[in-house]
Design a protein around this ligand. Structure first.
Ligand code: HSE
Length: 473
């Protein structure tokens, strides 16, 4: 090849190469660093309230990745104050400022950013409010606090020109808040759906794959640091409802409305439901679904059958995943570990880095609204669960007598609910389990049908109802 190349163009190529190198050096000198206005001697002081799984994980991460974080930031982040209700000897040894009074952290004039990893409302609400009122930025992993009291706290942050950051509150290590609020800001978001409780997904995965018993798996999830202090929050859906409330608020520009989020947990899922779902080509997952339509906004958390072949059907263990549909981008998927020290601390420290950059840049106020919107989307009402449409799995225990299936299908037919599939299995005694998969129906109509079926002489106990995941991924 060289033989055909004129000497003049080789010389020109070499000089361009040299010029490029000189240019790079010049660029480095002139722009890198100075353009970002970084002060390498600056230290951002952090105070941590609570040293449980997340607070402890944050301390370790800051230490383990110190060099990398400093290189990205151009200055250092130091934890200068910690307070925890139970003070262990190694904490006392590591921090001269360690104590048990959490308010000492938020009132310390030298602390720039407070990390709140205490959880719950009391004293977390007062801690965060005091820190914000004192002009300190706050990073919190507390989804209950944001979902239920965020409408009160964000205005305090705004009034004081500081940031209240909460990436770690939703889906552990997945940067879903940033994705919804910033990465997809150009879109009108139509829907999002996901597995957003790691403990619940861990339990359902173990029950499906290993036929494990609910209680044993829950204990394992607690030992691994996945579960909430009160694990009822995980298994009864409250934790997922907090996270869905936060995501829906950002996605649709509506106020945080936890009280309007329909919440159902996984404690009523029995091994036979998992078995029948499998026979129908599905797995059972605990989902959070938020969708907007002309009728209003749906916000619901409940177990759902989902085909084994679908994306969310293949998220296992403590994994979380969220599918977001934007009107321009289409469907996007975010997945990763949803709980545990490292994953959650990864999101806490990302928020710390964001705020440290803001401090470094000398920004007097945050430039991104906390929930992504400057003006709320008025007129978007949250629908009640009765107003949603879904396909349903119904499991009915019946006396094994002639005509019972015809009786049940007659009740459904009368309400224009059509049947997609039926499984019938013998149960103990003279009983049989009938499993029905319906086509799409209005929940209020299905409730009438269920009440009528339960009133039949041949039917024992309550009808088990599980919704079928009805969104695209
Ligand atoms: N208990 C929560 C979960 C922790 O299992 O998802 C992370 O938010």
């Amino acid at each position: 090849m060289l033989g055909f190349c004129p000497v003049s163009s080789i010389i020109r190529g070499v000089s361009l190469l040299l010029f490029d190198k000189e240019f790079d050096k010049e660029f480095d000198r002139e722009f890198r660093g100075s353009r970002l206005n970084t002060d390498p001697n600056k230290t951002i002081n952090v105070g941590i309230c609570g040293l449980g799984t997340v607070g402890g994980g944050t301390l370790s991460l800051l230490e383990n990745n110190r060099a990398d974080i400093e290189a990205k930031l151009g200055c250092s982040i130091e934890v200068t104050r910690v307070a925890t209700r139970t003070l262990r000897p190694e904490v006392i040894a590591a921090f001269s400022g360690a104590g048990t009074d959490l308010f000492d952290v938020v009132n310390d004039p030298d602390v720039d950013i407070v990390v709140e990893t205490v959880g719950g409302f009391d004293p977390a609400f007062e801690l965060v409010k005091t820190a914000l009122s004192n002009g300190k930025h706050v990073v919190t992993a507390n989804k209950a606090l944001i979902a239920e009291r965020g409408n009160e706290l964000f205005p305090v942050a705004e009034a004081n020109g500081v940031t209240l950051a909460f990436e770690s509150a939703v889906a552990g290590g997945i940067p879903i808040i940033k994705a919804l609020r910033e990465g997809l800001a150009a879109n009108r978001i139509d829907s999002l759906a996901g597995i957003i409780n790691g403990t619940g997904n861990f339990i359902l995965t173990e029950m499906t794959d290993k036929q494990s018993q609910f209680e044993g798996v829950l204990k394992e999830a607690q030992d691994l640091g996945y579960a909430e202090a009160d694990p009822a929050f995980d298994i009864e859906g409250t934790d997922a409802a907090h996270k869905l409330t936060i995501m829906a608020s950002i996605a649709f520009g509506i106020p945080l409305q936890f009280d309007k989020t329909y919440t159902e947990g996984i404690s009523h899922i029995e091994p036979e439901d998992i078995l029948y779902a499998g026979e129908l080509g599905c797995v059972i997952k605990h989902l959070g679904i938020a969708r907007r339509s002309e009728k209003g906004v749906e916000m619901r958390v409940h177990p759902a059958l989902i085909e084994k072949s679908r994306l969310l059907g293949n998220v296992h263990g403590v994994g979380n995943a969220v599918v977001v549909h934007g009107n321009e981008v289409g469907s996007t998927l975010y997945s990763g570990p949803g709980a545990g020290a490292g994953a959650t601390a990864s999101a806490v420290v990302a928020d710390l880095i964001d705020i440290a950059r803001q401090i470094q840049a000398g920004a007097s106020t945050p430039f991104i609204p906390a929930l992504g919107y400057c003006r709320e989307n008025e007129g978007l009402e949250v629908l009640s669960i009765d107003e949603i449409e879904s396909e349903y799995y119904l499991r009915i225990l019946v006396s094994d007598v002639v005509g019972v299936l015809a009786g049940i299908s007659g009740k459904l037919e009368k309400l224009a609910i059509s049947i997609e599939a039926v499984i019938q299995k013998e149960a103990a005694g003279n009983l049989a389990s009938i499993v029905i998969l319906t086509h799409s129906a209005l929940e209020s109509q299905l409730n009438i049908a269920i009440a009528e079926i339960e009133a039949m002489d041949e039917v024992s106990g309550a009808v088990k109802r599980i919704r079928v995941a009805g969104f695209e991924d």
